[in-house]
Structures are given as structure tokens and as C-alpha cells.
Design a binder for this molecule. Structure first.
Ligand SMILES: *[C@@H]1O[C@H](CO)[C@@H](O)[C@H](O)[C@H]1NC(C)=O
Ligand SMILES: *[C@@H]1O[C@H](CO)[C@@H](O)[C@H](O)[C@H]1NC(C)=O
Length: 410
């Protein structure tokens, strides 16, 4: 058993050496990710026994760590705090004027919340108060190993993050908040909004998961995620990812959705000319480098990734009910005058979906068809000539749309 694993690792290493010259930094992130996933798989059973898999936070706080040279410095975004909870520690960032419109941002399956750092800074530039947090098992948040990463766990985590703020994000006088979710975070946000629309001023979904059609999940992926063994699964997905070549390969549209896509689609290509400043304190922080570090150093990441793929708000098959619940709420809201809608919570004209036209996971036409069918036809769609990674490359435009939505009184 162990020897077959080490053979696999050896094979991977050979292939890594032979092709090294072809790989960009982005690709290197993917390779290490694959190798690391396999290594983790070896130890996964042992590691799952503990209730909480710790983030690399403690290691970072040791005096030997050079924070400035780190791929994800502890103060990568302003207003950092670590919130102790029964599920483990959660990393939260919150800054901007206390009386500004409040915006909570929820990130995707692979990258820590720094992927939305550009959007967050741009929102604060426009007068907003922002909050971001690392989902369980990513960045500097621990991972409860014995709980599925489904919308119950994510809703709890949102409340834990909100409750840790020195100012009030819910209740009378709070002004409510705008919820922004990207990719998996979009599925999380749609689910949250369907249960708690009274807490929201607006709902903004960036290339949201949650309505991915079942037909786009390849049979093998579906089969494996429906109850396969984690070890075998990880070997499968890692080997598969490695053979797929550089992550920056142009991705064709309308193909089947494979596991490797979920691992890599949020990672922007670094070959583009667009400057990506996700952290203003550390302008050289990049998503690929942060992900590479996370995969190699966060004991909870593999569990979090696999569990989110298996139980998270991704597939329409499981999530359609949530979107329909939200749709029924919006239909009722629409019957009321605008000021009354606002008093109730999320107004029917404040649901925005943004999407990249070349995104190969979240297909533009299908998303708009399925979102219209579940939410009614009031959703406002905005399209970017970009792929799935647009929130970490086109953050100023994204922030402008969010800000316009919050300011408009229509
Ligand atoms: C990133 O920038 C910081 C601060 O400007 C600098 O100290 C550090 O050496 C840089 N790190 C890398 C990896 O270039
Ligand atoms: C969804 O509804 C919007 C708003 O009415 C409309 O502009 C768009 O064409 C619709 N999309 C599809 C695919 O039906």
C-alpha cells in the first residue's frame, strides 16, 4: 500500500523534473499541490481523528518566521483578528469607515480570502466597511475535521465572523449588510440569503457555484465524490491534475467539469499583463503563491477541499431548493413598494450576478437561464470578458458595480 503511494510520488517527481522548464510559477503551484495532496492522503486517516486540524497560524507566530517574505503575511489585509470558536480559530479581516455601507465577502474553494483583497480595498476606497474571513481549512482558519463542509457549517461560520465584530452587522441600527460571494462562496451566499434575507441590503454573486448542472460533472468525478475513499480519490485527482499540464493552459469552454478545474480555476494566470494588487501592504502577494503555501502547510486544506466538493453548495441537484426559496422571497418582496421592501431586508432589485464569459465552470448562458428560472427575472447580470478568476483581476470594476448597487435607491 505504502509502496504504491511512494511509487506514485516518485513518478510524479520524475515527471516534475523532466518538464520543469516548461512550467510557470502558476504551474509549479499546481504540481506541488498535487504532490502534496498525495502526501497528505498517506496520512489522512491519522489526521482525521482530531476534532480540529490547525491552520499554520501558530507556526507563523514563531519568531523565526519572516513575515515580510511570506506568501501570506499575517497582516496581509488590514484589521486582522483571530476568533476563537468551538469549531477552531477563524481568521477575520475587517476595516473601512464604521458608518460606511457594510459588505461581507465570502471566497472560493481553493484560495484564502486574499483572492478578494482587491475587491475589498476598492470597496473601502468607495466608503464601505468590509469584512472577509478564511473559510474553515483555508488561510489562517482551522478546520473542524468531523463536520461536513455544507451550507449549515458555512452559515454558522458567517455568524461567527459577524459576531466577532466590534460593531453591529445585524439588528436594529446596523443598516444590514451586503453579501458578496465568489464561486463556492457564491453558493454559500445564495444559501445564506435564502434563509436570512432580512439581514441583507444586497446580494452579489461572482461566478457563483450552486447552480452547476449535473450534466457538467463528469461521471467519474461524480462517482468518486459520492462516496469514494478519500485516499484513492486524492491520488486520482492529484495524478490527473499533474498530467493535465500547466494551470495556465487556455481552458476550453463547455467541456465537462473535472476535479482539477475546481482546484485551479480560481487561480489567475500570472502571464497576463493585468497588475493584480490584492494586498496594498504587500503588493507582491499573489494567489498562486498563497495557494501553494497553503497546500503545503495547512493540515486542514485537503479535508476542506474534498468535503466542500462532496457536500458544499455547488451542484444544482442539491442547491436548487435554496435558490427557489430565495426566489419565492423575492417574488413576495416585488409586490411591495420599494421603501417597504427595504425595511423587510433584501429588496427584489438588489440581486446581482457577475460572470466571466470565458468561464469554463460557470457557463454564462446556463447560469442566466437557471438563475432566471429559480430567482425570477429580476436578477441583474453583468458580464466580464474574462474567465473564472475575474474577481482577483478586475476588482475595481466589480467594486464599482457593488458600490453603485448600494447607492442606488431605485
Ligand atoms: C514582498 O514585498 C515585501 C515588502 O515590500 C518585501 O520585504 C519582500 O521581500 C517581498 N517578497 C518577495 C517574495 O518578493
Ligand atoms: C434573464 O433575465 C434577464 C432580466 O430579465 C434577461 O435580460 C436575460 O436575457 C434572461 N436570460 C435568459 C438566459 O433567459
Amino acid at each position: 500500500m505504502a509502496s504504491s503511494y511512494s511509487q506514485t510520488i516518485e513518478a510524479l517527481s520524475i515527471s516534475l523534473t523532466n518538464h520543469r522548464s516548461h512550467y510557470t510559477l502558476v504551474a509549479a503551484a499546481g504540481i506541488s499541490l498535487s504532490v502534496s495532496l498525495i502526501i497528505r492522503a498517506l496520512f489522512s486517516n491519522r489526521r482525521m481523528e482530531g476534532r480540529v486540524l490547525n491552520s499554520p497560524l501558530a507556526a507563523m507566530q514563531s519568531p523565526n518566521t519572516n513575515n515580510n517574505e511570506h506568501p501570506l503575511p499575517l497582516d496581509v489585509l488590514p484589521g486582522a483578528r483571530d476568533v476563537q470558536t468551538p469549531y477552531g480559530s477563524i481568521r477575520v479581516y475587517e476595516w473601512g469607515p464604521e458608518d460606511g455601507s457594510k459588505v461581507l465577502l465570502v471566497h472560493g474553494i481553493t484560495t484564502p480570502c486574499i483572492s478578494l483583497g482587491g475587491v475589498a480595498h476598492a470597496l473601502v476606497d468607495r466608503g464601505c466597511r468590509v469584512m472577509l474571513f478564511d473559510l474553515f481549512g483555508r488561510g489562517y482558519s482551522d478546520c473542524p475535521s468531523d463536520l461536513p463542509q455544507d451550507d449549515r457549517l458555512f452559515a454558522s461560520q458567517i455568524f461567527l465572523a459577524l459576531g466577532s465584530s466590534p460593531i453591529s452587522w445585524t439588528g436594529a441600527g446596523s443598516g444590514r449588510f451586503c453579501l458578496v460571494g465568489y464561486s463556492l462562496g457564491g453558493g454559500i451566499a445564495a444559501s445564506f440569503a435564502s434563509f436570512f434575507p432580512q439581514l441583507l441590503t444586497a446580494l452579489v454573486l461572482l461566478a457563483p457555484a450552486g447552480l452547476i448542472r449535473d450534466s457538467h460533472i463528469s461521471f467519474r468525478t461524480r462517482f468518486l465524490y459520492s462516496g469514494g475513499l478519500p485516499g484513492r480519490l486524492l491520488t486520482y485527482l492529484s495524478g490527473k491534475r499533474l498530467r493535465a499540464g500547466p494551470l495556465s493552459t487556455p481552458k476550453s469552454q463547455h467541456k465537462k467539469f473535472h476535479t482539477r478545474d475546481a482546484l485551479t480555476e480560481e487561480i489567475p494566470s500570472q502571464t497576463g499583463t493585468e497588475a493584480q494588487i490584492l494586498s496594498r501592504s504587500y503588493p507582491n502577494v499573489t494567489v498562486p503563491a498563497a495557494v501553494l503555501w497553503q497546500v503545503n502547510n495547512h493540515d486542514g486544506f485537503v479535508h476542506a477541499f474534498v468535503s466542500s466538493m462532496r457536500y458544499g453548495p455547488i451542484l444544482a441537484q442539491r442547491q436548487r431548493e435554496c435558490w427557489e426559496r430565495l426566489g419565492r422571497y423575492l417574488t413576495e418582496q416585488k409586490k411591495l413598494p420599494a421603501p417597504v421592501q427595504k425595511l423587510n431586508g433584501l429588496p427584489s432589485d438588489k440581486v446581482i450576478i457577475m460572470c466571466g464569459v470565458t468561464d469554463s465552470i460557470i457557463i454564462q448562458d446556463e447560469l442566466s437561464t437557471d438563475a432566471n428560472a429559480t430567482l425570477g427575472n429580476d436578477v441583474i447580470f453583468k458580464y466580464f470578458s474574462a474567465g473564472h478568476e475575474f474577481p482577483s483581476t478586475r476588482y475595481d470594476e466589480v467594486a464599482q458595480i457593488v458600490s453603485d448597487t448600494l447607492l442606488s435607491n431605485a
